[in-house]
Design a binder for this molecule. Structure first.
Ligand SMILES: Nc1ncnc2c1ncn2[C@@H]1O[C@H](COP(=O)(O)OP(=O)(O)OP(=O)(O)O)[C@@H](O)[C@H]1O
Ligand SMILES: [Mg+2]
Length: 587
C-alpha cells in the first residue's frame, strides 16, 4: 500500500538511500544545525581524550613495571609523548596516574554532555516531526485523508516520526564514530605505519563482508513497515468496529486476522534481528583476526613491544566504534521505508490544499448560487455532482430533495468547503466562495448532519465545539430547544458525561439532538440540516423544527429531505437526482 505513493520527480531521478532520505528530511531542521555540529565536536573530543588516555595507560603500565626504558628505546610517537610528559610532570608513576585519571574524567564529562545533547535533540526532532505530520493531517485537503488508510496514517504519526529522529541520531553516531575511528586510526599510524596499514587492509575486508548484510535488512525493513501498517489497521478495526464485530459474532474471525497480522510483525522482526545479530560476532571475528595478523606482521617488521601494546589497545578501543558504525548503517537501511513515508507525508507539493481566500466574509446579503458545479469523489465512479445549478436565497428555507446517493451531502460538503468543485463555481453574492477565508465563511455557518460527528470527549466539549466561549446558560438554552437537556441532566455526570467512541454512549436520536444543540449554539446566519432529525420521532421532530424555524426567522436554512414532495416549511425546493440538480418552480 505504501509502494503506490506518488514520488516527486526528484525522487525518481536518483535512487533513494537512507542517507539521501535523511538529508531531505534534515531540510526541516536547519536551525538545529549548530547542535548537530556540537554533538560531533563533543564526540570527537571524547575520542581524542581517549586516544591520549590509552597512550598514558601504556606509559603508566610500563612505568609501574619499571620498564619505561623500553618506551624510550622504541623511539617513535610514544617515546616523544613520554618525553614530553616527563618534562612537564617528572618521571613519577603516580603523576602519570593523576594525569591519566584527569583525562579519563574529562572524557567521561564529554560523553555525558554528548548524551544529554543527543537525548535533547532526539526528542526535539521527534516532537517537531510529530507536530509537522499532525499539522499536515489537520490542514491538508479533506479528500486526501479520506483516500488514505487510517492505520497507515496513525502509524506514520505515532511511530514513524520516532523512526526519523532515530535516523538523525544514527547518522550523528556514524559521524562521531567515524571521527573516533579516524583519530584512533591516525594514532595507530603515528605509532607505527606498518601496524596502521595492516589494520586498514583488514578493516576494509571486514567492512566489505558486513556490507553484504545491509541489502536483506533494507528489504525486511520495507516488509516490516507494511506489516506494521496492517497491524495498526487491524487495531483500529477492532476498536472502531467493536460493536458491529460483536453483534455479528465475529470475535474469532477478528482474533484470527489480528493474530496473523501480529505474528507477521514478530516473524519479520526476528528475521531482521537474525541478520543484525551477525554484525557483533562477525565484527568480533574480524577484529581478533586483525589483531593476530597485526601481531605477526609487526613482529616480523621488528616493531617494539610498547608500540605494539599501545597499537593493539587502540585497535581494541577502535573495534566497538567500527561495530557501532555498522549497527547504525544497518538500522538506517531498516528505516529507509519509514523515512520515505514521513518525507512523502511532509511533502506539500503533491497534496490537495483547501483554497484559502483573502476576503473576510461580511455575511450573506442575497444568495448562494451553484453554477454548473461538477464534483467527482472518484473519477472512475462518475460525477457525484454533475453540472448542478441552483440558488439558495438569503432568509429562505431551501429544501434539498432526492433519493439516497444522489449527491445531497456532497452539496453540503461543498458549501462547508470540505471539498472544492472540480469545475463550475459556487458564488456567494456574486463572489467566488473560495475568495473568502475559510474561517470567516464557516463562522457564520453551522451544520447538523445525518451521521452526527460527535468526537471523543464530554457532552459539553462536543457542544462547545461550535462556540468555545459560550456560557453554560447558553448551552442549556439550546439543549432545551432540541429537547436534550433532560436526557443530559439525568446522567450521573451531566454535561461531563463521556460521549464514548463514535458517540456509542448515546442513542441515535440523542446523538442527533446533541448535534443540533451544537449547531444552534453557534447562532448561525446559515444553518444546514442534513437529515439531522432522521432518528427523532415525528412529534418531537415537529416541535424542534418549529423552534428552529422561530429562532432562524429571517435567516437562511438549507435542509435535506428524502421526500420528493417539498418539505412543508420550505420556501423553495431543489431536486437532486444522480448528481443533477433541478429547481422546482417558485410559487
Ligand atoms: N468519500 C466518498 N468517496 C467516493 N464516493 C463517494 C464518497 N462520498 C459519497 N460518494 C458517492 O457520491 C455520491 C453522492 O453521495 P452523497 O453522500 O452526496 O449522497 P446523498 O444524496 O447525501 O445520499 P443519502 O441520502 O443516502 O445521504 C454517491 O454515489 C456516493 O456513493
Ligand atoms: Mg447524505
Amino acid at each position: 500500500m505504501t509502494g503506490a505513493h506518488s514520488t516527486s520527480g526528484e525522487a525518481r531521478a536518483r535512487p533513494a538511500t537512507p542517507l539521501r532520505e535523511t538529508a531531505r528530511l534534515a531540510a526541516y531542521f536547519t536551525e538545529q544545525k549548530w547542535a548537530a555540529l556540537l554533538m560531533v565536536v563533543l564526540g570527537l573530543g571524547a575520542a581524542l581524550a581517549e586516544t591520549l588516555g590509552i597512550g598514558l595507560a601504556v606509559m603508566l603500565l610500563f612505568a609501574l613495571l619499571d620498564q619505561s626504558a623500553q618506551i624510550m628505546e622504541g623511539g617513535g610517537l610514544l617515546a616523544r609523548l613520554y618525553g614530553a610528559i616527563q618534562n612537564v610532570f617528572g618521571a613519577s608513576a603516580s603523576l602519570i596516574a593523576v594525569v591519566f585519571f584527569m583525562l579519563i574524567l574529562f572524557n567521561a564529562l564529554l560523553i555525558y554532555a554528548y548524551q544529554l545533547m543527543a537525548a535533547t535533540m532526539l526528542n526535539l526532532v521527534a516532537e517537531r516531526l510529530r507536530d509537522m505530520v499532525h499539522r499536515q493531517y489537520v490542514t491538508v485537503g479533506y479528500r486526501f485523508l479520506q483516500q488514505r488508510e487510517h492505520g497507515e496514517l496513525i502509524h506514520t504519526l505515532a511511530t514513524e516520526t520516532w523512526t526519523v529522529s532515530g535516523a538523525f541520531f544514527s547518522i550523528a553516531r556514524i559521524v562521531v564514530n567515524m571521527c573516533a575511528v579516524l583519530v584512533f586510526g591516525l594514532g595507530i599510524f603515528a605509532l607505527s605505519w606498518v601496524v596502521g596499514l595492516t589494520a586498514l587492509v583488514c578493516a576494509v575486508a571486514v567492512f566489505a563482508l558486513l556490507r553484504l548484510l545491509a541489502r536483506p535488512v533494507r528489504r525486511l525493513g520495507q516488509e516490516t513497515l507494511e506489516a506494521n501498517q496492517i497491524l495498526a489497521e487491524r487495531m483500529l478495526v477492532s476498536l472502531t468496529g467493536m460493536r458491529t464485530l460483536r453483534v455479528f459474532a465475529q470475535e474469532s474471525y477478528v482474533l484470527r486476522v489480528f493474530g496473523s497480522a501480529s505474528s507477521r510483525v514478530r516473524r519479520l522482526a526476528v528475521r531482521t534481528e537474525r541478520i543484525k545479530a551477525l554484525i557483533g560476532p562477525l565484527g568480533e571475528l574480524g577484529s581478533i583476526s586483525t589483531l593476530i595478523i597485526i601481531a605477526l606482521v609487526a613482529k616480523a617488521a621488528g616493531v617494539d613491544v610498547p608500540t605494539i601494546v599501545a597499537a593493539v589497545l587502540l585497535l581494541f578501543r577502535l573495534q566497538p566504534h567500527l561495530q557501532e558504525i555498522e549497527t547504525h548503517r544497518m538500522a538506517l537501511a531498516e528505516m529507509q521505508a519509514s523515512l520515505r513515508n514521513v518525507r512523502e507525508m511532509l511533502d506539500r507539493s503533491d497534496k490537495p490544499w483547501p483554497t484559502e481566500g483573502t476576503l473576510t466574509f461580511p455575511g450573506l446579503a442575497r444568495e448562494v448560487r451553484f453554477e454548473n458545479v461538477n464534483f467527482f469523489h472518484d473519477p472512475r465512479r462518475g460525477p457525484s455532482l454533475g453540472d448542478a445549478s441552483f440558488t439558495i436565497r438569503r432568509g429562505e428555507t431551501t429544501a434539498l430533495s432526492g433519493p439516497s446517493g444522489s449527491g445531497k451531502t456532497t452539496v453540503m460538503n461543498l458549501l462547508l468547503r470540505l471539498y472544492e468543485p472540480d469545475s463550475g463555481r459556487i458564488l456567494v453574492d456574486g463572489a467566488d466562495l473560495n475568495d473568502f477565508t475559510r474561517a470567516s465563511w464557516l463562522s457564520r455557518l453551522a451544520i447538523a448532519g445525518q451521521d452526527v460527528e460527535l468526537i471523543e470527549g464530554t457532552v459539553e466539549q462536543n457542544i462547545r465545539l461550535a462556540a468555545h466561549d459560550a456560557t453554560i446558560e447558553e448551552i442549556r438554552a439550546v439543549c432545551e430547544m432540541v429537547e436534550i437537556l433532560d436526557d443530559i441532566e439525568c446522567l450521573p455526570d451531566g454535561f461531563d458525561a463521556r460521549i464514548g467512541a463514535g458517540g456509542l454512549n448515546f442513542s441515535g436520536g440523542q446523538r442527533q439532538r446533541i448535534g443540533l444543540a451544537r449547531a444552534l449554539l453557534r447562532d448561525p446566519e446559515f444553518l444546514i440540516l442534513d437529515e439531522a432529525m432522521s432518528a427523532i420521532e415525528p412529534a418531537r421532530e415537529d416541535r424542534i423544527r418549529r423552534r428552529i424555524a422561530e429562532m432562524m426567522r429571517g435567516r437562511t436554512i438549507l435542509v435535506v429531505s428524502h421526500r420528493s414532495t417539498p418539505s412543508i416549511d420550505a420556501d423553495h425546493t431543489v431536486f437532486v437526482e444522480n448528481g443533477r440538480a433541478r429547481e422546482a418552480a417558485r410559487a
